[in-house]
Design a protein around this ligand. Sequence first.
Ligand code: URA
Length: 440
Amino acid sequence: MRMYDIIHKKRNNEELTDEEINFMINNYVSGEIPDYQMSAMLMAIYFNGMNDREISTMTNAMAKSGDMVDLSSIEGIKVDKHSTGGVGDKTTLIIAPIVAYYGVKVAKMSGRGLGHTGGTVDKMEAIPGLKTNFTQEEFFNIVNKTGISVIGQSGNLAPADKKLYALRDVTATVESIPLIAASIMSKKLAAGSDCILLDVKTGSGAFMKTLDDSISLAEKMVAIGENCGRKTVALITDMDIPLGNNIGNALEIKEVVDTLKGKGPKDLTEICIKLAGNMLYLANKGTLEQCENMAKEAIQNGYALEKLIEMVEAQGGDIDYIKDTNKFEPAKYSCEIISDNEGFINSMDTEGLGIASTMLGAGRETKEDDIDYAAGIILNKKVGDEIKKGDILCTLYTNDKDKFENAKNKVKESIYIDAKTPEKTPLIFARVEKNSIDKF
Ligand code: URA
C-alpha cells in the first residue's frame, strides 16, 4: 500500500477503505508517512469530506494510537462530557458534581485554554493547592471515593490527534467537520466512558459559527460515538454571548459556586440543568424531564456543592476557597467600561471578549505564558439589556496595569449598542440523538 495512492483516491473524491485509513494513521504516527503527504491528505479531506464509516474508522485508529483508558475498575456507569469550547464556559464544574451526587461516575480529562476559549483545567488550578495531574491509579481512586475527578489530559491519549492537530493548525485545515469530529471523538473514545454528552457551541464565540455547521458536526460525532458502542447525545448551545457573567479563571470558579448555591446567572443555570439532565438521562436515571428535575434538586438542596467540595479536597485543593469565595485574592487593578451611548446591547463579539480576557492575563498568548488567575472580565450588561449613558457595561481585572489599554479597546469594539432590542434567540438550539434531531 502506498500513501500516494490513498491521497490520489481522496483527491478524486473516492471512498477510502478501512485498511487504507488504518495504514495512513498508523504510519503517520510512527513517522513513516511524512508531514507533506499527510498535509495533502488533510486538504483532500477538507474539500471532499468523508462519509460516516470513514470518519468512524479514522477516529478509532486515532483513539487506538495511544492509551485506551480502561475504566472498568470504577463501578457504575461512567459519563463523559465535552464542550467544543467557548467563552465563560464553566459548565463542567457545575454539572459533573450534580450527576456525581446521583451516583453517575465522572472520570474526566479536560483541556487547557485554547485561543480565545478558556479551559477547565486552568480554571481548576485557580483554586490554591488543587492538582490536575495524577497517576491512573490515583485518578481511579478519587473517582471511586467521591464519584468525580477532573484532571488534565494524559500525555499518551490519542497521540495521532496531537500530531494531526498541529499539522492542521498550519495547513489551513482546522475547519473541517470530519477532521474536528475525529479529533474530538478520538480523545473521548480513548478516555473510556460508557456514555458521552457533547455540548456543541454555536455562534460568534464558538468554533462553528453557523447553526447548520454545528448541527452537522453534532450529527457526525453522535454517529461516531454510537458506531463505537458509546451512548452519545449532543446539545447545540448558544455561544453568541459569553456564558454567565464572569470570564477568567478565579472569577469563573466564583460563578460556579454561586450557581451551585442557586444564585447563578439565569443562562448558565438553565444550560447546566439541561446538560446535567442529559447526562443523567444517558446514565438511565429517568426520562429527560425527570432528570432535569433531579438536576434542579441537586442545586436546591446544596448536595451538588458538597460534591464539588469533596472533589476539590480529594485533588488537594483548599476547600476554604469554595466555602468562601471571597478568599480568592482579587486582582490588584480593575477598570470599568462606561457606556457613552444609550439604547440596547444588540450583540456581542464573544470571540473578541475572550481575546480581551486573554489580553488581561486570563489566558496564554504563547504556550510558555503563566496565567494570571485573578484576571478577567465581569459583564454587568448582556445582549438585550437597556443601556443608559454612564452605565457600567463591564469591569476588567488584571494584576498587570499595562494590559488594560489593548484589552479596553478590544472590549469596546466587542459590544454593539443600538436603538432596537435584538431578537431573542434560544439558549439551546437543538438536541441530536441517534437517528433524531429536535430543533427548539
Ligand atoms: N477541539 C478539538 O479537540 N479538536 C478540534 O479539531 C477542534 C476542537
